[in-house]
Design a binder for this molecule. Structure first.
Ligand code: FMN
Length: 407
């Protein structure tokens, strides 16, 4: 059974959290509840305490606060809760609490402890439809997604304010199912070692200029974090310019394709699975020491690099290799053509790299892929099955890739 931490903010749907808590408690989970001060207008902490058997956390500082006690016991409630949680759920999440979490504001129990947790976080927004559609709310939710938090889209229907629209807290049974699916992840990769590569390589031209590419490393980071969520021991080989994760993942930076190649040789021997999302430069140049003068024109001689992906199975033939391929799908015509095109484009990776799966990204679209937080991909398997994963945040795409391949 799990330790479930529930945060309740002052949306009108706060009264429904009692049912959520009852449902989860019935399954034998331990429930730890935090509330904003304003949520006390809607739901009584006493009623929650009767169900959970634990005090509800509202204030960061108790009435009889003593720093001597803290220093002696080395325990602070909001940090203990953050450590204890197998999952953190905010239901309902008001526009205000969402905004505070997105900004890293830590001015109450919920927003402070959420900063201190590395557990999965599920946000269940609920509000008036205009508040939901407001660009500030949408921007804040995107920010939370970029932190790896999962957002449950509210239901549509009649709202407490008398209008019809999106903004209702989803049925508590649906929320419970989502919580269970997050909790069940842990077991899938238990005991497995996963290597993820991400970001673009950087080949120096001289001491100042470089050849690189548009890969942001966001897809690699999402896969590394999701593999960790599924219980794997993760090594993330990331380009120096990529964002790193705050999860306990082994991070190793690389710059050039040669550096990445060396790191892979060291990491792959004992690994079970590799997600090779890094955009490796196809070319390098002979580096000029110092800074090339800008006074005149220069020719660059591009030397092709060796295909790192083709060496992976030579280093560890037993590893499960998931390769990534950037393809411009713009000229696709109809379903059949699209499918055969995807299979043709992936063929080389199956033949030369012995990849087990190829994930194809469409680089012709501006709203997904490079630099974007969203993606839409096709999973092509060796037996020529093609699965399309519709546009979603890279975290959701990572989750769906893992579920499709490993479940
Ligand atoms: C009757 C009433 C209902 C409210 N319902 C919601 C709601 O469903 N969602 C929301 O985001 N804010 C709602 N609000 C506004 C929040 O309570 C308000 O923004 C508050 O500052 C949020 O504080 P908290 O996030 O600390 O709980 C409601 C306010 C009132 C008076």
């Amino acid at each position: 059974m799990s330790n479930i931490v529930i945060g309740i903010s002052s949306g009108i749907a706060a009264f429904k959290s009692l049912d959520l808590i009852k449902l989860l408690k019935k399954d034998g989970h331990s429930l730890y509840v935090m509330m904003t001060k304003k949520a006390m207008h809607i739901v009584s902490p006493g009623k929650i305490e009767e169900i959970t058997g634990y005090p509800v956390f509202i204030d960061l500082f108790e009435d009889n606060f003593s720093y001597e006690k803290i220093l002696k016991e080395k325990k602070i409630d909001h940090i203990e809760i953050a450590k204890k949680a197998d999952i953190f759920v905010i239901a309902p999440a008001t526009a205000n609490t969402i905004a505070r979490c997105a900004c890293g504001i830590a001015d109450d129990f919920i927003t402070t402890s959420i900063l201190a947790t590395i557990s999965p976080v599920l946000i269940c927004p609920s509000m008036n439809d205009k508040m939901w559609h407001h660009p500030a709310t949408q921007h804040n939710l995107k920010t939370l997604e970029s932190y790896g938090y999962e957002i449950m889209t509210p239901a549509s229907g009649s709202l407490a304010c008398g209008t019809d629209g999106i903004g209702r807290l989803p049925d508590v049974k649906v929320i419970k199912k989502y919580i269970e699916s997050i909790l069940s992840r842990k077991k899938l990769f238990e005991g497995k070692k996963v290597v993820v590569t991400g970001g673009g390589t950087i080949e120096p031209i001289d001491d100042v200029r470089v050849i690189t590419n548009r890969s942001s490393g966001k897809m690699g980071k999402a896969l590394a974090e999701m593999a960790y969520r599924y219980g794997a021991e993760v090594t993330y080989l990331h380009s120096k310019t990529s964002q790193i994760s705050c999860l306990p993942i082994k991070h190793i930076p690389f710059s050039t394709s040669d550096e990445l190649s060396d790191l892979l040789t060291q990491s792959l021997m004992t690994a079970d699975i590799v997600f090779h999302t890094a955009a490796v430069s196809d070319f390098t140049v002979k580096k000029h020491n110092g800074k090339i003068s800008s006074e005149k024109d220069h020719d660059l001689h591009l030397e092709s690099t060796h295909k790192i992906i083709n060496t992976i199975k030579k280093i560890n033939p037993k590893i499960l290799l998931i390769g990534f391929k950037a393809v411009s799908m713009r000229h696709s015509e109809g379903e059949t053509t699209e499918r055969s095109r995807l299979i043709n484009e992936s063929h080389k990776l199956f033949k030369d790299a012995h990849a087990d799966y190829v994930i194809v990204n469409d680089i012709s679209r501006k709203d997904i892929g490079f630099e974007s937080s969203d993606n839409e991909v096709y999973i092509v398997s060796k037996d020529k099955k093609v699965k399309k994963i519709e546009k979603a945040s890279k975290m959701k795409i990572a989750d769906k890739i893992i579920r499709y391949i490993f479940k």
